[in-house]
Design a protein around this ligand. Structure first.
Ligand SMILES: Cc1ncc(COP(=O)(O)O)c(C=O)c1O
Length: 407
């Protein structure tokens, strides 16, 4: 069997818990817990806290590691508590005019809907585009058909752009059906049209290599594929786009903020040009100590290696289910996999079986120590770099058996 690129022994994983739901919440490596403990020891004895090393150095190291993950510059990283807060920073900071429009795919996770809907009072409209025939969301979500490899969601998005569209806001990888959108193609088309592409990247960060050409902003929390606790993530912004945003106005967003030889009350200063201009004061250092360890682990293994491993486990699971009642779903998902249309979420559509069926299936998994998740008509199985071929085989055995009993 192939060794996984992230050694499972670095986590607290055991036989009783097969966790395939980092698309909801990722497991944290032991190193992150150790780092938090070390940091808390310093909080107990604040005289051990180092200004350069801890207060300034830790966030700087984290911005650098986040930049390495994205293949970007650390100056373009802002530390933010969540994906939502990154998107809100963009939504609130952008120089809108009444009549402007934000376009988004239908059925976005709400963190990529509410920040734009909140702009209605400023005269900004929010419009959703269905991505394939039979695509539904909201109260009709369960009646939606699932995406197929023959759909061309990017073409639908681009065709829907209008003269008032200023910004296209979308999830790189969709939370419920797992479809991955082509950022390169959308970015190039947005650039041509003078539209800003803003990405909710949380379902791909840490598990899929990203290309940011043509993207204006990319927001992620750290608690899913990035394997850190909830509470800290980051926002990447393209430099010229960032200059168009209002700064957050925090005391650390200005030149020489921590140069105490200069009076702090001297307000004659410029805003910083880098990502710190969008941060909201002193970052959460405790969380930073954890997220830094998680990112080091991921960058050490390399996102391309993690993605390749995840793809091979997905293929193995789909192979094993070929002759099960999931056959049609396996074919749909395999075609999406081959077309490079998936991230780490394999989303099995309920196919008319309904909500109760999926909930019962989920519970039968829990009884076997398998922790998957259900959202909007899909059973989601999410592999990461620490999963093994034996894990994929265990999932296949559950789904074959459970499908028979739950039917
Ligand atoms: C696509 C997507 N975006 C955003 C979020 C939530 O992000 P946050 O809590 O970091 O704001 C989720 C959570 O499931 C998600 O799936």
């Amino acid at each position: 069997m192939n060794a996984p690129p992230l050694n499972p022994a670095l986590f607290h994983l055991d036989e009783d818990h097969l966790w395939v739901m980092h698309c909801a919440e990722g497991p944290v490596p032991r190193a992150a817990m150790r780092a938090v403990r070390v940091f808390m020891q310093k909080e107990l004895r604040p005289w051990e806290m180092r200004w350069e090393e801890d207060f300034l150095g830790l966030p700087a190291a984290l911005r650098a590691e986040a930049a390495a993950l994205l293949g970007a510059r650390m100056e373009d990283i802002s530390l933010t508590p969540t994906t939502s807060s990154g998107l809100v920073t963009v939504a609130q900071g952008y120089p809108w005019a009444a009549g402007d429009e934000v376009l988004a795919p239908l059925g976005e996770f709400p963190s990529n809907a509410w920040p734009w809907l909140a702009l209605a009072r400023r005269g900004v409209a929010f419009r959703e585009v269905p991505l394939w025939d039979g695509h539904r969301a909201g109260t009709d979500a369960w009646t939606s058909l699932p995406p197929t490899a023959t759909a061309d969601p990017e073409a639908r998005i681009l065709a829907a752009m209008g003269p008032h569209t200023r910004l296209l806001a979308l999830s790189w990888i969709r939370f419920q059906d797992g479809l991955r959108l082509d950022l390169r193609r959308l970015g190039a088309a947005c650039r041509e049209r003078g539209v800003h592409l803003v990405v909710d990247g949380i379902q791909g960060a840490g598990t899929v290599p990203v290309a940011l050409e043509g993207v204006s902003a990319f927001a992620t929390g750290g608690y899913k594929g990035l394997l850190a606790p909830e509470g800290l993530g980051f926002l990447w912004t393209e430099a010229s786009f960032r200059q168009s945003l209002s700064p957050s106005g925090s005391w650390l967003s200005v030149v020489d903020a921590t140069e105490f030889s200069r009076p702090s009350t001297d307000l004659h200063r410029d805003w910083l040009a880098d990502g710190r201009a969008l941060e909201s004061g002193g970052p959460n250092l405790l969380h930073a100590s954890a997220l830094l360890e998680s990112l080091r682990l991921i960058n050490g293994a390399g996102v391309p290696a993690l993605a390749a491993h995840i793809g091979s486990l997905q293929g193995r699971l789909l192979d094993a289910l070929e002759s099960s009642p999931w056959r049609a779903e396996c074919q749909r998902l395999r075609a999406l996999l081959r077309a490079d249309r998936l991230g780490s979420i394999l989303a099995f559509h309920h196919g008319g079986r309904g909500s109760d069926y999926l909930q019962e299936l989920l519970r039968s998994g829990y009884r076997r120590g398998i922790f998957a998740s259900v959202r909007e008509g899909y059973l989601r199985v999410a592999f990461h770099g620490f999963h093994t071929e034996a894990d994929a085989d265990r999932l296949a055995a559950w789904l074959q058996l459970a499908t028979g009993t739950a039917n």
